[in-house]
Design a protein around this ligand. Structure first.
Ligand code: F6P
Length: 365
């Protein structure tokens, strides 16, 4: 393949960081095939997120490395949650400086013109901070949580939505067979997008998200009204970060103690509260890491590929300090400072909440 277009960027590094998700390899393929085939760029793969830069764990990526990975789950590069700017308890400030210095050394020793980072809020925030340290950085928005500011959707979200919806469908038949209330917990520690959308898609009767602290009395009333109307079962969809109105009033330390005493999982806490409040036979299921595994949905393959090729175009134009993004129905980009340090939570007036309520779903209040 003879490159047909000029490029400001001659060599770049690429890494995947934070929680993995379906679509990461599709995005890697999109960036690398466009950068290599269209622009003739050289590509350095960085292992295990930012840790690979700190440890200089890197390798040249060739077409054989990014061919045939469109449908593969996970990431061929590996991932970690290394946060080079975060000093943990016991770390002296210089250790934080040492990690950042090591990253900059590796970047320059490899002769990189740019670093492409595929990740969530934390990854793009680290990318933005490295840009302020003088490195050229381009970000891509990845997470099943869909909680990155600046993009209307993240790749990984639709795949996890399909997985969560299929699980809710399956729980309907067993809840109905046993006339039970079943509580299913989906991922989303700070934002409830996945629980909200999967709850609507799966016909959840109650949806609990971190953005709306729930009142167990309201939940009890809704379940009892359903029972009075002849519904012998109910499905409750809970985001892992969901909390009660009582928990919402607690200080962080008090909430941690409460959760140690009442179970770390939102699903099991809510199930216990429902059983105590209503006397209804209740069971809990935590879907967990199943939501992050397996092959990407068609929608995520398309989004990841188009964000990837858009990142290659940004590299070619030398438009650094940007995050490729879905804006409305268009692929564009935003300044890396847009997602920095933020979590895009579900606004109380978001249309999907009204949609859920309009079809009779209780949002816990
Ligand atoms: O950020 C995506 C995510 O899957 C969250 O939904 C979840 O709370 C978190 O990662 C789990 O983190 P880890 O993979 O470090 O256990």
């Amino acid at each position: 393949m003879v490159p047909t277009r000029a490029s400001v960027t001659k060599t770049f590094g690429i890494l995947t960081a934070g929680g993995d998700c379906p679509g990461l390899n599709a995005a890697i393929r999109g960036v690398c095939r466009a950068a290599h085939d269209r622009y003739g760029m050289n590509i350095i793969g960085i292992a295990n997120g930012f840790r690979g830069l700190v440890e200089e764990n890197t390798r040249v990526l060739r077409p054989v490395d990014f061919s045939g990975i469109l449908t593969r789950g996970g990431t061929i590069l590996g991932a970690s949650r290394e946060k080079p700017f975060k000093s943990t308890a016991g770390d002296a400030g210089e250790i934080v400086g040492e990690k950042v210095a090591a990253i900059k050394d590796t970047y320059h020793r490899l002769g990189l013109d740019c670093l492409v980072v595929l990740g969530g809020n934390g990854t793009n925030t680290t990318g933005c901070k490295l840009a302020r340290e003088g490195l050229n950085v381009i970000g891509l928005p990845k997470t099943i949580d869909n909680d990155i500011a600046g993009t209307d959707r993240t790749f990984g979200f639709h795949s996890a939505l399909a997985i969560g919806t299929e699980a809710i469908d399956r729980l309907h038949t067993t809840a109905q067979s046993h006339s039970r209330v079943i509580v299913i917990e989906l991922m989303g520690r700070k934002a409830g997008w996945l629980a909200l959308y999967a709850g609507v898609a799966g016909g959840g009767d109650i949806i609990l998200v971190p953005e709306i602290p729930y009142d167990i009395k309201a939940i009890g009333r809704h379940l009892e009204e359903r029972a009075m109307s002849g519904k012998t079962f109910s499905i409750v969809v809970v985001a892992e970060g969901a909390l009660s109105v009582e928990e919402a009033k607690m200080e962080k330390r008090e909430r941690k103690k409460y959760r140690t005493e009442n179970g770390p999982s939102a699903a099991y806490r809510v199930a216990g509260q429902i059983q105590a409040e209503t006397g209804m036979e209740t069971r809990a299921t935590v879907l967990g890491y199943v939501q992050r595994g397996g092959i990407p949905s068609a929608s995520d393959r398309v989004l990841a590929t188009s964000l990837g090729t858009a990142a290659a175009d940004l590299l070619a134009r030398g438009e650094y300090g940007r995050m490729a993004a879905l804006i409305g129905n268009e692929i564009g980009s935003v300044d890396l400072s847009v997602p920095e340090g933020k979590v895009k939570t579900v606004p109380r007036d978001h249309y999907m909440i009204d949609t859920a309520v309009a079809v009779g779903t209780c949002m816990g209040v």
